[in-house]
Design a protein around this ligand. Structure first.
Ligand SMILES: C[S@@+](CC[C@H](N)C(=O)[O-])C[C@H]1O[C@@H](n2cnc3c(N)ncnc32)[C@H](O)[C@@H]1O
Length: 291
């Protein structure tokens, strides 16, 4: 992680946060949650705390096991890292929207979109992995996300006969900021470069499938600027997408304008980075575009 020391203003806070377990978080599912949801949640988890930036997100001590409660099995909440909740908040899906989630499994963000639509709208949730489609289907079913249809394409080959007014590209990435996956170790150059190429191709595809005036959100859970600001710069320069400034209540830093010998430009300050010391959660990078 020393590679990123110059990018992270509170390096000490970052190091401390990544050495501790992440807090568990649960997101209320509007489709299934009953009226007394919060009361029931507090009965199951007396130490639960509402997140300071989102009244549907609740933090639990890391010793709690929210995946083992009846409320979980009934689909009243979804267990999700707090930072992973940010991209859909930025996309801001509304009832009646037609949304494409290009890399959707296991469905944390798909089910968040369905919850925001309250099933009034359409969502295509796609993923290339046959294995991961199983958990995507199970999560769609458990959360009652009836507005979602799931597809199993390499997203670069999705049929272009449909356009969407909102697209989420929660891209495959090196996961440097995902404790469970690689415990905050930096990816090697080859991996970063091949993922960056794939991410650019997926972003170009999203640009073609987005309606005029539509919104697209790009996100990763990695620190590497090659997979974040470099991809965003490529999309701004090579597609009809324009960057929009992200206003976010959750604590964050702005995207970086340069790294090592690469210049990404001031516009990258419209994008955001959430670091582990902000929410005792994983890394998330988010950019928002308009066509
Ligand atoms: C960061 S994960 C998605 C997490 C998911 N959005 C969620 O919130 O639960 C990235 C996903 O991209 C999928 N993926 C990788 N390459 C892909 C491609 N070419 N087309 C579509 N999906 C792809 C992986 O199988 C993986 O499920």
């Amino acid at each position: 992680m020393e590679r990123y020391k110059t990018l992270i203003d509170d390096w000490k806070g970052f190091k401390e946060a990544v050495s501790k377990p992440a807090l568990s978080a649960v997101r209320k599912n509007r489709i299934k949650a009953r009226e007394n949801f919060e009361e029931e949640l507090r009965e199951s988890f007396p130490e639960v705390e509402q997140a300071n930036w989102n009244n549907e997100v609740f933090r639990l001590p890391e010793t709690e096991k929210p995946g083992k409660s009846m409320l979980h099995w009934m689909g009243e909440y979804y267990v999700q890292e707090e930072s992973a909740i940010v991209p859909v908040e930025v996309l801001d899906p509304r009832k009646g929207d037609k949304v494409l989630d290009m890399a959707a499994a296991p469905g944390g963000k798909t089910t968040q979109i369905a919850s925001k639509l309250e099933n009034k709208g359409k969502v295509i949730a796609n993923d290339v992995s046959g294995q991961r489609m199983k958990s995507l289907h199970a999560n769609i079913y458990r959360t009652g996300s009836a507005c979602v249809a799931a597809t199993n394409y390499d997203a670069r080959n999705l049929p272009e006969d449909e356009e969407y007014n909102k697209i989420l590209l929660d891209a495959p990435c090196s996961g440097e900021g995902d404790k469970a996956r690689r415990n905050f170790t930096a990816a090697d150059k080859g991996e970063r470069e091949s993922l960056s190429n794939l991410q650019k191709q997926l972003g170009e595809k999203a640009a073609r499938m987005l309606e005029k005036d539509g919104k697209m959100v790009y996100s990763t859970c990695t620190l590497a600027p090659e997979e974040n600001e470099e991809v965003v710069q490529h999309l701004v320069e090579n597609t009809g997408l324009e960057l929009e400034n992200i206003e976010l209540e959750a604590e964050h830093r702005r995207g970086v304008t340069s790294f090592q010998e690469n210049e990404y430009g001031e516009e990258m300050r419209k994008t955001v980075r959430v670091y582990p010391h902000h929410q005792q959660s994983g890394v998330i990078y988010v950019a928002k575009f308009r066509k």
